[in-house]
Design a protein around this ligand. Structure first.
Ligand code: SAH
Length: 214
């Protein structure tokens, strides 16, 4: 799976992708992430990427030229859909994550300021995705959420230990369902792990877990 991410703050992505499962997936070439700085495409002599909205209103908007040039250049190498991260988009769900995971390539566009010029959305954006009904300062965290959720569905990214079989959100589950889980020690400050989980009786454990789904 190849991700191309467009942002004016490329450094935001570094530390997250350098750790844990994401780092291993990158090392093993199971996923490939390229982060591109939109500002480098600006033809403005001060490398400006924002301007005032026509008709007035608060804040600034990302101008179309650097977005157009960066997206069209990346589209030559990445044939996947362009996904714009925006609070006005469709809310991300596990079902949508599964759909995006079927692609081999994706292009993720991160907005800043009050968002981007509408013409870029009309001309170049295939999907608009929100990570929830709240407003962040930029699309970088939403893009990381997408990359993380999609990457763990790429075969080989999760080790045997981190199984996909017992997921909280399966296709038909609307709400999170998981049984309570415990690890060592069996007695923590007098709070004991339910006896059945220490019994080694898999049938009983299974029944207990089913009864205690939350
Ligand atoms: N004025 C816009 C908010 C802009 S927030 C509005 O009212 O809708 C700046 C950028 O952050 C957006 O362009 C988008 O890329 C990103 N962003 C903020 N909240 C987001 C969310 N919930 N999901 C996805 N992207 C979000």
């Amino acid at each position: 799976m190849r991700f191309d991410i467009l942002t004016i703050f490329p450094d935001i992505f570094e530390s997250y992708f350098r750790e844990s499962i994401m780092a291993r997936a990158l090392d093993e070439n199971l996923i490939n992430i390229k982060v591109h700085n939109i500002r480098e495409y600006s033809k403005n002599r001060h490398k400006k990427v924002d301007d005032l909205p026509f008709g007035g209103g608060p804040g600034m908007l990302m101008t179309p030229q650097p977005l157009y040039d960066s997206i069209t250049k990346i589209k030559k190498k990445n044939k996947g859909p362009v996904i714009f991260m925006t609070p006005q988009g469709q809310t991300l769900t596990q079902t949508k994550v599964e759909k995006f995971a079927k692609f081999d390539e994706l292009i993720l566009l991160c907005g800043r300021y009050e968002g981007i010029d509408q013409r870029i959305r009309d001309m170049l954006v295939d999907h608009e995705i929100s990570i929830g009904n709240y407003i962040l300062t930029g699309g970088e965290i939403p893009a990381m959420v997408m990359v993380d959720a999609i990457s763990r569905l790429v075969p080989g990214v999760l080790g045997e230990k981190e199984s996909l079989n017992e997921e909280s959100f399966s296709k038909n589950l609307k709400r999170k369902k998981e049984y309570p889980q415990y690890t060592r020690p069996a007695d923590f400050m007098g709070k004991k792990v339910p006896e059945v989980l220490l019994s080694g009786n898999h049938k009983k454990i299974e029944t207990w877990r089913r009864k205690n789904l939350k």
